[in-house]
Write a protein that binds this ligand. Structure first.
Ligand SMILES: [Zn+2]
Length: 200
């Protein structure tokens, strides 16, 4: 790709922050959850989502579900969504997310802790530290994180609102995705049923 020779483009790719490393391996994600494609090669685009639960009593957090998915699988899954769900989700995000402002914040904060970019819900602006459940998302190419879609977090209210926009058909599709990939305890699976992944 030509843009790789353009120095202006270099700030669009930064080192993968540890926050987006796999919680399991403590290393960057290496394979797509759907097709098992190797991800850490130049030109391979993918996204990472982590679903995090906070336990206020002892002030600990736990990553209850995490995965990386390649762009091809992401697009294939999107195409299987109902048109209505896709449109509603897109409208919702366009209405509430200020990508330009997020990107500015990201570039100004380069070299700082990624957690400052994930400190507030991208939709509601609520503090993530106040959330019992939240998700974090980012896009990557090979061994770099892309800042063209800045990393972002969604708090519980935004996740609920987004889930409400989805058709029964699309919700079933999510349940199928989780059924194929989630192998944790049933009580966590129950929680995840109410918190649909929204990366795609
Ligand atoms: Zn894939």
């Amino acid at each position: 790709m030509e843009e790789e020779h353009n120095p202006e483009a270099s700030q669009d790719r930064i080192e993968i922050p540890h926050t987006f490393y796999s919680h399991n391996t403590k290393e960057p994600f290496t394979h797509c959850i759907e097709c098992d494609k190797y991800l850490l090669e130049d030109g391979v685009h993918y996204g990472v989502e982590k679903v995090i639960r906070k336990y206020p009593l002892n002030n600990t957090t736990d990553v209850i579900f995490e995965y990386a998915i390649c762009l091809d699988c992401m697009l294939r899954m999107q195409s299987e969504f109902s048109e209505e769900s896709s449109r509603k989700l897109q409208e919702y995000m366009m209405r509430h997310m200020d990508i330009k402002a997020m990107k500015k914040k990201l570039i100004e904060g380069e070299g700082k802790d990624v957690d400052t970019w994930l400190a507030r819900c991208a939709i509601t602006d609520e503090l993530i530290e106040d959330q019992e459940e939240y998700t974090i998302h980012a896009h990557f190419e090979g061994n770099k994180m892309l800042t063209t879609v800045p990393p972002h977090a969604f708090g519980a209210r935004a996740l609920e609102e987004m889930t409400d926009l989805l058709s029964a058909e699309t919700l079933g599709f999510y349940d199928d995705f989780m059924g194929r990939h989630f192998s944790g305890p049933p009580e966590i699976e129950e929680i995840l049923k109410g918190r649909k992944p929204v990366l795609f």
